[in-house]
Design a protein around this ligand. Structure first.
Ligand code: P6P
Length: 332
């Protein structure tokens, strides 16, 4: 009995959103979001194997074509959010153009999401995730991209769902970061607690060093500093942004995907990678900076995307380590 009582005392994500936001429309929209993440989690857990069948060009047992997981995840996200009746415009990494919700199903939220970030890792069973950012439209009438081509400081919520050894849902409404873990036996995300950078941050740097020769000399020097010591940092890089950011907030350290000679804006997308992860990082007590971008150092939160798939450089993590990287720019 005690265990059950203890479980009941813990918040489910739904109960948390209601009590934390006291906003009916946000609650309805976030219920659709969590349903989508539960369905994607189930597909990822099951379809990893199905994907192997898919790799041999065969159909699955029921004779259907095996949908690539990222296409399936995209369909799940779009259907759930559209049917919630709370959204006006959706931007997906999988969709070239924004999705305008039909008038009869339209609500006040504009969302950008990557339905399955890091999906290239599925075939080797490395963790992946769904990342989302939420804006509240200011305009009326027909929604346009201007409703979402806005700075991160306009976001009203952001989060991700990580499909790893457990399924973790992490979200902020601008008042702290909260982590939930999926209890499959009841199909509920159970509140795990508030997520913050640790008081004592581990010395970890996380980047794709294969790009080293393409980086500017400041990023190269910062990376050499982490490796040189006096106590060398540990290198940790999953190659799935959700996993690298989740570990960075929980353990400390710095994750960076800087601009380079080939990609002058970096690789990661503003609306559904940079901005949501920057809000979460800042809300957890860290820093999220672009490094030298458009002639200045600046908060990722102040970047305004020029197009819905625009990119920006990323340096995010605990204050100690982000400042160590930025110091090379400040020294000139
Ligand atoms: P690279 C995954 O493809 C992704 O978009 C992010 O999840 C990840 O941080 C990054 O790209 C990895 O890129 O060039 O190191 O493979």
């Amino acid at each position: 009995v005690e265990d059950v009582e203890a479980e009941v005392d813990k918040y489910t994500l739904s109960a948390f959103i209601i009590s934390h936001t006291k906003d009916k429309e946000m609650t309805i929209m976030m219920n659709a979001m969590q349903l989508a993440c539960k369905l994607i989690a189930r597909a990822v857990r099951k379809a990893g194997v199905a994907n192997l069948y898919g790799l041999h060009g065969s159909a699955n047992a029921s004779g259907d074509d095996v949908k690539k997981l990222d296409v399936l995840s995209n369909d799940i996200m779009i259907n759930a959010l559209r049917n919630s009746g709370m959204c006006a415009l959706l931007v997906s990494e999988e969709e070239e153009k924004p999705i305008i919700i039909p008038e009869e199903l339209r609500g006040k939220y504009c969302l950008a999401f990557d339905p399955l970030d890091g999906s290239s890792n599925i075939d080797c069973n490395v963790s992946t995730g769904t990342i989302f950012s939420v804006f509240e439209r200011k305009s009326t009438g027909e929604p346009t991209v201007d409703d979402i081509l806005r700075p991160g400081t306009d976001m009203v919520a952001a989060g991700y769902c990580m499909y790893g050894s457990a399924t973790d849902f992490v979200v902020t409404f601008g008042n702290g970061v909260h982590r939930f873990t999926l209890d499959d036996s009841v199909g509920e995300f159970i509140h795990f607690g508030e997520m913050k950078f640790p008081a004592k941050n581990k010395t970890i740097y996380s980047c794709n060093e294969g790009n080293f020769t393409l980086w500017d000399d400041k990023i190269q020097k910062a990376t050499e500093m982490f490796k040189a010591g006096p106590k060398p940092y540990s290198a940790r890089y999953v190659g799935s942004m959700v996993s690298d950011v989740h570990r960075t907030i929980l353990y400390g350290g710095v994750f960076y995907y800087p601009a380079d000679k080939k990609s002058t804006k970096g690789k990661l997308r503003v609306l559904y990678e940079g901005l949501p992860m920057a809000l979460l990082t800042e809300q957890a007590g860290g820093l999220a900076n672009t490094g030298m971008f458009k002639g200045k150092l600046g908060r990722i939160m102040e970047v305004i995307p020029e197009t819905i798939h625009d990119r920006c450089p990323i340096i995010m993590g605990c204050e100690r380590d982000v400042e160590k990287v930025l110091a090379f720019y400040k020294e000139g």
